[in-house]
Design a binder for this molecule. Structure first.
Ligand code: FRU
Length: 442
């Protein structure tokens, strides 16, 4: 049996045997659909009082393949309602997958711009009925050729500039390294290639860049890319001049080993907000058997700090859903204030203990390390979210780390933080699912 048919057999067994919502590892306030495989968030947009999130989805199994755009909607970025699938791989130019992309408003009409495959080309779908109906345009694909030999050519990120649309596309030049290609257009249909917005070095930042995100922040611009083969999100802060981006500083956006292919958007109050795919960190055959894979992160808000590094915090709407802690369960938030600038704590999630420490220069969570410098006399602070198999840790408005953990029992979550002031909260389930039949029910 080859790998695909082995996985298909596992998936078939999972589909008939599982109610994923009874799985103790299944998250309840992080968005994901009830079943099957999900990866990148796509087309994040606030429109007419609602946040729309689309996502890469395989409707048939919990492994990657047959990419569609799933769709969910929220009024507060916390409570998510399922909507019918938005885009299917049903045209000659996208039959091998409707890949990642974004949503923009063009002449008053919310419009999706995505990558069709194979080969990778760029395509447009207009929408109607308040982003409930989708129409792939006749002129697709609107960009059908890359600028030479490339390692990838996908994941459009659009913005407007002096009355024109600009598009950043992820990819790379073989032997040179990952790159972001820059295009411009007046009408989203006819596009002109300009030059690389930014070019990486293969030995340092990988051979291919996926899911570019480019946006202004304070008096700088930020570029996020998901680097292959490292499977890490890198950020660059710098200047955007004459349609070229000149990075001044860079780093790993999330060192927790799970977040990938994030997308940013502007929330209704103007905050630059990010949601990213949290990959499973357990073996493929385990998640295929479980019948589900992939979770979206909590929304995070970016700010440019005085030292021109990227500041990050949990979205403030999280405060409006939290409840009082009952001491039981696996959906918790801990706000922790340490007396000084050095600290040690242990987070217990079921059978798993995750050590957390800060030594004045590095924050380490369960072996994942991120550099962090505090100001003189600034105390160390943590905001920790646990949602079954998902843990997100925020420190001092500077560092965010998402981790996955698969405990073998359901002992209540607790935090041991000697000497610290801890406020604990319960977070209720905020995601609605399509109803899945229980085993044995009609
Ligand atoms: C990133 C990615 C994108 C692509 C999509 C396909 O995770 O590989 O580059 O568009 O996923 O599902």
């Amino acid at each position: 049996m080859n790998r695909r048919s082995f996985l298909a057999a596992l998936a078939a067994a999972a589909a008939s045997a599982q109610n994923t919502l009874e799985d103790p590892h299944f998250p309840r306030y992080h968005f994901r659909p009830a079943k099957n495989w999900m990866n990148d968030p796509n087309g994040l947009i606030y429109w007419n009082g609602e946040y729309h999130m689309f996502y890469q989805y395989n409707p048939n199994a919990a492994y990657w393949g047959d990419m569609h755009w799933g769709h969910t909607v929220s009024t507060d970025l916390m409570h998510w309602k399922p909507l019918p699938m938005a885009l299917y791989p049903d045209k000659p130019y996208d039959k091998d997958g409707v890949f990642s992309g974004c949503a923009v408003v063009h002449n008053g009409i919310p419009t999706l711009v995505y990558t069709g495959t194979k080969p990778e080309t760029q395509c447009v779908a207009t929408t109607s009925n308040n982003l409930r109906q989708f129409h792939k345009i006749e002129q697709n694909p609107v960009i059908d050729e890359p600028p030479g030999k490339v390692t990838g050519f996908r994941d459009p990120c659009l913005w407007q500039e002096n009355g024109e649309w600009m598009m950043a596309l992820g990819g790379g030049f073989p032997e040179v390294g990952g790159a972001v290609f820059l295009y411009s257009s007046k009408d989203l249909i006819s596009w002109k290639y300009l030059h690389p917005l930014c070019q990486g070095e293969k030995s340092k930042t990988g051979h291919n860049w996926e899911c570019p995100n480019f946006f202004p922040l304070g008096n700088r611009h930020v570029l996020l890319i998901s680097a292959e083969p490292y499977r890490k999100v890198l950020y660059f802060v710098g200047h955007y001049e004459n349609r070229r981006f000149i990075p001044e500083s860079e780093g790993v956006m999330d060192a927790g080993g799970s977040l990938y292919a994030p997308q940013t958007f502007v929330d209704k109050d103007g905050r630059r907000t990010l949601i990213g795919w949290l990959t499973e960190t357990r073996p493929e055959k385990e998640f295929v058997k479980a019948g589900w894979s992939g979770v979206q992160s909590l929304p995070r808000v970016f700010a440019l700090r005085n030292d021109k590094t990227l500041g990050v915090e949990p979205h403030p709407n999280l405060r409006s859903v939290r409840d009082s802690w009952t001491g039981t369960g696996a959906q918790a938030e801990f706000e922790v204030m340490f007396p000084g600038a050095r600290a040690k704590a242990d987070l217990h999630v079921g059978s798993e203990a995750l050590p957390i420490s800060y030594d004045g220069s590095d924050l380490t969570v369960a072996g994942h390390t991120a550099p962090m410098k505090l100001d003189a006399s600034e105390p160390f602070r943590l905001d920790i979210f646990v949602d079954h198999s998902v843990v997100e840790v925020f420190a001092n408005s500077r560092v965010a780390m998402a981790l996955r953990v698969y405990p073998s029992n359901s002992d209540p979550v607790h935090l041991n933080a000697p000497g610290a002031k801890v406020a604990a909260y319960r977070i209720p389930a905020t995601v609605e699912y399509e109803i899945i039949a229980r085993r044995g029910s009609p």
